[in-house]
Ligand binder design. Sequence first.
Ligand code: HEM
Length: 378
Amino acid sequence: MSTSVYIIILPLMGALWWFFHLRSKERRSKLPPGPAGLPIIGNLHMLGELPHRDITKLSQIYGPIMYLRLGSVPTIVISSPPLIEQVLKTHDTVFASRPKTQASKFLSYDNKAIVFKEYGPYWRSVKKFCTSQLLSTTKIESTSWQRKEELGLMVESLRGAAAAREVVNVSEKLARLIEDMTCRMLFGKSRDERFDMSKVIPELACLNGLFNVADYLPILGPLDLQGLGRRFKVAFKTIDNILETIINDHEEDARNSNVKLNRDFVDVLLSLQNDTFPGFEQLSKSIDQSNVKALILDMLMGALDTSHNSIDWILSELVRNPRVMKILQAEIESVLVHNFNWELPDGSSHAEMDMSETFGLTMPRAKHLCATPCVRLP
Ligand code: HEM
């Protein structure tokens, strides 16, 4: 290349570099404070196995509104109640849509349900439908007898364990109870010997919570470095088969005109396809079987691990704090029908209880809570 070409190109490159440097500096200066990131991965190296804890520590340094770059994803972390209120309440509609991830694509049948569907007319309509048909106070009250029945069965099994002085896997029992209650409301029956949901739902919740490099550095997605793509496919196939069986059963019942005293959620969703709901005519036109499956899965994912893990943690804290347990027992004594005290296995002390968590959508206990029930009230 001749010297004259260099004389033109070099200053041009210098000017371009200066222009982009200034622009990125200007853009950065408009962002909230945050730790400096590395090229390509940004701040990803600062997050470990429990990223919510690392983010808490960082926000104690950088303040209640912090900027992180997770691979190619710009991320703002809000950690003060007034700011959270601004995001979740005041400007709710601006922030209503959740980011699409590799997991969300599988979990919501390509974003066809409530949780991952972007905010808009379909989302509003489908959410209104689910709230009125499944989650309204009238609906919840009309199915309370089913939950009482399931609770009664669990109490009976705890009485049996108390009489035999057996250690009970409380976490597992709670998971089963919530699963049975939820399935009765959604599908009309608690257990089905043809399939087992107790493994696939926690696997889906775990996959949805796991750090997936493909979401932050999409260029690496096709390599499936963590083997998550394969796990998504296996879990999705399992749940899809289960949902297909449930829907087929309900369709068969409808074809045989089997009269049901209590229509469950799947019955209601399937009848939506036949346009029998005033006010939801547009929704019924845009719903096919994959939307129905996505909505059932949303409800399963929304209800199972959240409820189970909340109660699991509450009970663990109460077992660990006998003083608080006593105060609570005294407070609710007048409304209690059954009541148990809990003894830890092998004489281990409350202070020694393992309270570690694993990272996931619902932060489950790392180890199941196991204890022996002792009947307190007859
Ligand atoms: C203790 C139990 C529960 C906890 C702790 C819990 C927690 C949450 C949280 C934190 C959100 C996100 C809210 C947001 O982003 O604004 C959420 C959303 C949701 N939950 Fe729950 N939940 C529980 C029970 C349930 C149950 C029983 C169901 C269904 C039967 C359910 C269905 C949903 C659905 C569909 C969404 C998405 C709503 C939307 O995108 O607007 N949840 N839940």
